[in-house]
Design a protein around this ligand. Structure first.
Ligand SMILES: [Ca+2]
Length: 129
């Protein structure tokens, strides 16, 4: 099963993203993409609450921007049971892609995506004051 979800995150809004059927096991043969964007001057902060995929075969990949085929944008390559670190986007867009192979499933993942004011901008404001 493959699907694409477009998420418009309002400034300061927070949402939860999970693998399908979480906290039950996800399905085999998934290819799911989420494209998140938020207001200009805001960034997206991902915080992981749970992570458990079949190590070496089922992956969550996260990257900056809007092009999930550009491997230079990758910031997280998650597989297995280690919780990925909190990750802040470099701009106002971020993508996630979850793929599973044909055998063995796990409980998957749960994370929150929050729109936060750009750190660069608040630093500038602090300097001005
Ligand atoms: Ca698998």
């Amino acid at each position: 099963m493959s699907s694409t979800e477009l998420i418009d995150l309002a400034a300061n809004q927070s949402i939860t993203i999970t693998s399908p059927s979480y906290p039950g096991n996800y399905q085999n043969n998934l290819d799911i993409e989420w494209f998140i964007q938020t207001a200009e001057d805001f960034r997206i902060l991902l915080s992981f609450h749970a992570f458990n995929t079949e190590s070496g075969n089922d992956y969550l990949v996260v990257g900056n921007g809007r092009d999930s085929t550009d491997s230079s944008t990758w910031v997280i390559l998650g597989s297995g049971s280690s919780l990925p670190p909190d990750t802040l986007s470099t701009g106002n867009a971020m993508w996630l892609r979850f793929t599973s192979d044909g055998v063995i499933t796990k409980s998957g993942f749960s994370l929150s995506a929050r729109s936060v004011e750009s750190l660069g901008k608040s630093t500038l404001n602090e300097v001005k004051h």
